[in-house]
Design a protein around this ligand. Structure first.
Ligand code: PLP
Length: 424
């Protein structure tokens, strides 16, 4: 048994590729392609690394559900004791459906509407992570009208230096997220004075796919400086939330393990006297990214003068990250063939040149074969669309040798359900 890089629960047994104890080619045959397949054990072991990291501490792990918002995945994390980080009213309804405790739900995002705020107040969510001073005013107003008090944290933008940490994209000054470091105190004073708000915490989220510990340490120092300054004004903060962002191995990256990273961060927190605070984190990608693969069938091989194309039945509507960010996903044939590999651009059927899944990949495949696109558990299905009127793929959750169909393949009736022809 040889696990694939970054995927301890996906392994070769002989020539066949297994996820846990289920051969992937059997799933492709039974359920068709494109098909998302997730490993329950992989999700729980990623979560366990965070749980070990926070053992003995007051801490809440809030799964950032935008990474993968399928109900059964949310249910799994809710049962494992997680809270959730949500960014819309739709996500709120999903976590409630999945059995989340509203008190463990925190609501992030720069553009919350009054309707979303009201609903979140009515169900009793744990905290609003407020991203601007204008939002403080609106939230206080909505809460007052509902005769409620909204628990708030302010998302601060620590402005961690991008030159030393080029992968950080949301913790920089010119970014739309959070309240600027130098305006933070003012924002807290305002929050403390508003009648509909109760200040309970502070949060930051400095970016995504972070592969080293140092940006977190820098952000931690910046946030603790702010905590000291805020509390010096008599505004007590019950929790400190360090956001998500920990990266995964897509193509040889070596991010720290969550427990090792947190051992280091907790040491710094203890040294500065904040180790006994209620700590929160908002991991998304690192909990689900390498727990999932997307299976696709090779439809055609199309040789060209400069490039050869391997056309598969998954496309940018299923796997949007390459088109959006030029992101890399490993691609692994399900059955191994003898014979030389050919260099291909692996592309989908969508009518866009941007519809590619992998470039310059050496593959020994024939039409009718299947491939697994790796690291497809995060920001794939949750970003999938119906572009080109393609139905969204089915999703499978594997648990040992058991297989659960957690989302059916979308049919044309599902796509047309809300549309109407006009009469005249
Ligand atoms: C997206 C997001 C996260 C999760 O980020 P990952 O990189 O998937 O861990 C956490 N917090 C906030 C506010 C986010 O927007």
């Amino acid at each position: 048994m040889k696990p694939l890089p970054g995927h301890p629960h996906v392994a070769r047994r002989g020539d066949a590729l297994f996820i846990e104890d289920v051969p992937l080619s059997e799933l492709a045959r039974q359920y068709g392609t494109p098909l998302y397949v997730y490993s329950k054990a992989a999700m729980l072991s990623s979560l366990a690394a965070y749980q070990r990291g926070f053992a003995g501490r007051r801490a809440t792990i809030c799964y950032a559900m935008k990474a993968n918002s399928s109900l059964a995945v949310l249910q799994l994390f809710a049962r494992a004791g997680c809270g959730f980080d949500i960014v819309s009213g739709g996500e709120l309804e999903r976590v409630l459906q999945a059995g989340a405790e509203p008190r463990k739900v925190i609501f992030s995002g720069v553009g919350k509407t009054r309707v979303e705020m009201r609903r979140a107040l009515d169900v009793g969510i744990g905290c609003f992570n407020v991203e601007s001073e204008a939002e403080l005013d609106v939230l206080s107003d909505v809460a007052t009208q509902a005769a409620r008090v909204a628990p708030v944290s302010i998302r601060v933008n620590p402005n961690v230096d991008a030159r030393t940490h080029p992968y950080i994209s949301t913790g920089l000054k010119d970014n739309k997220f959070g309240v600027a470091h130098e305006r933070t105190l003012q924002a807290y004073r305002r929050a403390a004075a508003l009648p509909g708000l109760r200040v309970i915490g502070i949060d930051c989220h400095i970016g995504s796919q972070i592969t080293e510990g140092s940006p977190y340490l820098d952000a931690l120092d910046r946030v603790l400086e702010l905590v000291e300054a805020i509390e010096a004004e008599g505004i007590r903060l019950q929790h400190i939330d360090f956001g998500g962002g920990l990266g995964i191995d897509y193509n040889g990256e070596t991010p720290p393990a969550a427990d090792a990273l947190w051992a280091e961060l907790l040491q710094r927190l203890d040294a500065r006297g904040f180790g006994d605070r209620h700590l929160m984190v908002e991991p998304g990608r690192s909990l689900v990214g390498n727990a999932g693969v997307c299976l696709a069938e090779v439809l055609y091989l199309k040789p060209g003068e400069h490039k050869n194309f391997c056309i598969v039945d998954a496309a940018m509507n299923d796997l949007p990250r390459p088109a959006m960010y030029e992101a890399y996903h490993r691609i692994e044939p399900l059955e191994r063939r003898a014979g030389p590999a050919t260099r291909y651009d692996v592309v989908g059927p969508v009518c866009e040149s941007g519809d590619w899944i992998g470039r310059d990949r050496d593959l020994a495949v024939k039409a009718g074969d299947h491939v697994a696109v790796l690291s497809a558990g995060a920001y794939c299905m949750s970003m999938a669309s119906n572009y080109n009127s393609r139905g969204r793929a089915a999703e499978i959750l594997v648990d040992g040798s058991h297989t659960h169909l957690i989302r059916q393949r979308e049919g044309i009736a599902d796509q047309l359900r809300l549309e109407r022809l006009i009469d005249s």
